[in-house]
Design a binder for this molecule. Structure first.
Ligand SMILES: [Zn+2]
Length: 357
């Protein structure tokens, strides 16, 4: 009949009231027998329906409020979002076909569980979208971190890894399929991330990073290091400290993992403050030598992603100046306090940024 939803609802409510009145009216016994429902059931049914409709209306209002908050957070950002969707360079013809409004609506649906979180909300989600993160190493730690950050809508993710996927990686690096064996890790990981979230821009680099990558690292808002070579970790720590880029660093061995946030520009220590020297031979065994429980890197890598989301959105308290140590074998967590070393050769010259402190 071309009626609007409001008119239909009013009509239903009127019919419901008329039937209820007829049922309650004295000579209504025949009518009641004819439709076979007693007044209590009719009343209860109407009440339940009313509650459901009221709940649906509340959800719609909350959603509309989220849309407004999203828009206020960064009004040109919506254009950037659909622009991002259009730039995705894989099999994302869907995203390319996506128009302006649809990209926004898809993002709202996709990130709805973040947007309702008080600590993230529309503004936090916009910050995630506008941020760029470098993930060094697409192994046990980098892979789950990358999955969660792509899923969370971090706008630009770059993965650097020189290795290829081997069958022995598949016991824990669940971003890869068996069919990825022999393929470059960065490439296979980037494919998986694009399939997970076509709204984010993913880049892969098929090489290790070293001390010459200062300019590259300086371009990012945040670096996640999940590599297992001490020399690489120390070099990344030095570059991040000097460039003023916060570094979330995770490590695992056998059943135990640890993670922290290094950021001397915010008053915390750098990697060299805590690990001034390389461990002696035999003390720091790699996963290949010492073994590692499959889900452990998933735990620590996911925690790295969690810390990254907190760092970008400003939610909660970061791990600046604290190291979280997780013992999977005994199910225990502990946190130790870390201090910046005054005579640290790496960060003693780094000025503390008052705005961030
Ligand atoms: Zn230092």
């Amino acid at each position: 009949m071309g009626w609007g939803i409001l008119r239909v609802l009013v009509a239903i409510v009127l019919v419901w009231i008329v039937v209820l009145v007829l049922m309650l009216a004295a000579p209504a016994a025949e009518f009641r027998a004819a439709i076979g429902i007693d007044p209590q059931a009719w009343f209860a049914g109407g009440a339940v329906l009313g509650l459901l409709l009221g709940y649906a209306a509340l959800i719609r209002r909350a959603r509309a409020a989220a849309v407004r908050r999203w828009g206020q957070a960064d009004s040109p950002g919506l254009a950037a979002l659909s622009d991002k969707a259009a730039r995705v360079d894989t099999a994302t013809s869907d995203a390319r076909r996506t128009g302006w409004g649809e990209a926004q609506s898809e993002a709202l649906d996709r990130y709805a569980r973040h947007i309702v979180l008080r600590e993230i909300g529309g503004p936090g989600q916009a910050r995630l979208r506008d941020s760029s993160v470098l993930i060094v190493g697409a192994g046990g730690l980098g892979a789950p971190a990358a999955l969660y950050l792509a899923a969370a809508g971090v706008g630009r993710i770059t993965i650097a890894d020189p290795d290829e996927v081997s069958v022995s990686n598949l016991q824990r690096q669940i971003i890869y399929r068996s069919s990825d064996a022999g393929r470059p890790k960065g490439l296979a990981a980037a494919e998986a991330l694009r399939a997970l979230n076509p709204l984010v821009h993913i880049q892969a680099m098929r090489r290790a990073l070293d001390k010459n990558d200062e300019a590259l690292i300086g371009e990012f808002d945040l670096v996640l290091d999940g590599t297992d070579r001490f020399a690489t970790r120390a070099e990344i720590g030095t570059i991040c400290a000097k460039a003023g880029v916060p570094l979330i660093s995770g490590a695992i061995s056998q059943w135990e993992g640890q993670l922290t946030l290094y950021d001397p520009s915010a008053g915390g220590p750098c990697f060299a403050c805590i690990f001034p020297e390389a461990p002696s031979e035999g003390l720091a065994l790699s996963c290949a030598e010492a073994g590692v429980a499959g889900p452990l890197p998933g735990v620590i890598g996911s925690m790295m992603a969690l810390e990254a989301i907190k760092q970008i959105t400003g939610a909660g308290a970061s791990l600046l100046g604290r190291m979280l140590i997780f013992d999977g074998l005994y199910g225990e967590n502990r946190t130790i306090t870390l201090h910046r070393r005054k005579d640290c050769p790496v960060c003693s010259g780094v000025e503390q940024n008052d705005a961030e402190a």
